[in-house]
Every structure is written in structure tokens, then in C-alpha cells.
Design a protein around this ligand. Structure first.
Ligand code: IDP
Ligand code: MG
Length: 149
């Protein structure tokens, strides 16, 4: 089983798309093991996006991710990182496949609605940024045998 960190970004929250976006991951079969709403402050944003420091879009990215509340969640499942990333679609909504979150609701990269970890190490780092261990639940979902063999 793999875990990944998802953020419903400020533009999605402002546009009333929290439920729509959470539902897409839930329907896909990923299990929610942690979920909360918060507003990311600048130090947290800089830690989260440390790999992008120095890039031309970095300051705008920090302003964007701190501009309004977000919903963060941890999803669990087989290949959860890849499954979540392809549910989200490509970073640039204009290039994302139809049916993905970024294509269905977005048009440009600076307002691409959702974040998902890009690898196991990033996922561990990011989950630790937003959740204390006691905030993540291990639970049996009755639908699991109907989703995974
Ligand atoms: P990802 O979110 O698909 O993993 P990354 O390349 O890691 O994409 O970039 C992180 C975030 O930074 C993107 O989701 C997007 O919000 C923002 N971003 C990336 N490239 C650009 C850009 O060229 N202009 C504005 N924002 C960008
Ligand atoms: Mg990334």
C-alpha cells in the first residue's frame, strides 16, 4: 500500500470545487486516511515547494498557495501516487487529458486546482509537513475487496 498527499488548492476552494475534487479520488477507489482544511502560511509553503525555489514562477506559486484556505488529504491505495497523479492530469491544464481534474476545471498552470505527491520520498516528506501521525487513520473499508483483488 502506498500513501500520497493531495492538496485541493485555493482556486478550487474559492470556486466551490472541494466536493467535486474529493469525490473524484474517492470514486477512483483511493481510501481517505486523513483530511483537513487549513490556510498554508509562507514558511510552510516554502518548505512544501523548496525544490522550486529560484524558478521564475516561485514567488507567484507561494502567493497562490497561501492566498486562501486549502483542503489537504492523505490517500492510500495500490500505486496511490501514480493513480492520484493521473486522476489529476498533467501539470499544465491545457495539455491535460480530458476527464482529468486539471483538464475538466482548469486552463492554466498557475491555477491548476490540485497538488499530488510525485514519488514515495516526496510523499513521506509532504505527509509529514501537514499531518501528525495520530491524525492518520488505519481503517478497514468495507468496499476494499470490491476495489482491490
Ligand atoms: P506538479 O504540481 O504537477 O507536480 P510541478 O512542476 O511540481 O507540478 O510544479 C508545482 C506547481 O507549481 C504546479 O502545480 C503549478 O501550480 C506551479 N507551476 C509550475 N510551473 C509553473 C509555471 O510555469 N508557471 C506558473 N506556475 C507554475
Ligand atoms: Mg510537483
Amino acid at each position: 500500500m502506498e500513501r500520497t498527499l493531495i492538496i485541493v488548492k485555493p482556486d478550487a476552494v474559492q470556486r466551490g470545487l472541494i466536493g467535486e475534487i474529493v469525490a473524484r479520488f474517492e470514486r477512483r477507489g483511493l481510501k481517505i486516511v486523513g483530511l483537513k482544511m487549513l490556510q498554508i502560511d509562507e514558511p510552510l509553503a516554502r518548505r512544501h515547494y523548496a525544490v522550486h525555489e529560484g524558478k521564475p514562477f516561485f514567488d507567484g506559486l507561494i502567493r497562490y498557495i497561501t492566498s486562501a484556505p486549502v483542503v489537504v488529504m492523505v490517500l492510500e491505495g495500490k500505486q496511490a501516487i501514480a493513480v492520484a497523479r493521473n486522476t489529476m492530469g498533467s501539470t499544465r491544464p491545457a495539455e491535460a487529458a480530458p476527464g482529468t481534474i486539471r483538464a475538466d476545471f482548469g486552463v492554466e498552470v498557475g491555477r491548476n486546482l490540485v497538488h499530488g505527491s510525485d514519488g514515495p520520498e516526496t510523499a513521506a516528506y509532504e505527509i509529514d509537513l501537514y499531518f501528525k501521525p495520530g491524525e492518520l487513520l488505519t481503517w478497514d473499508r468495507s468496499a476494499d475487496p470490491w476495489i482491490m483483488e
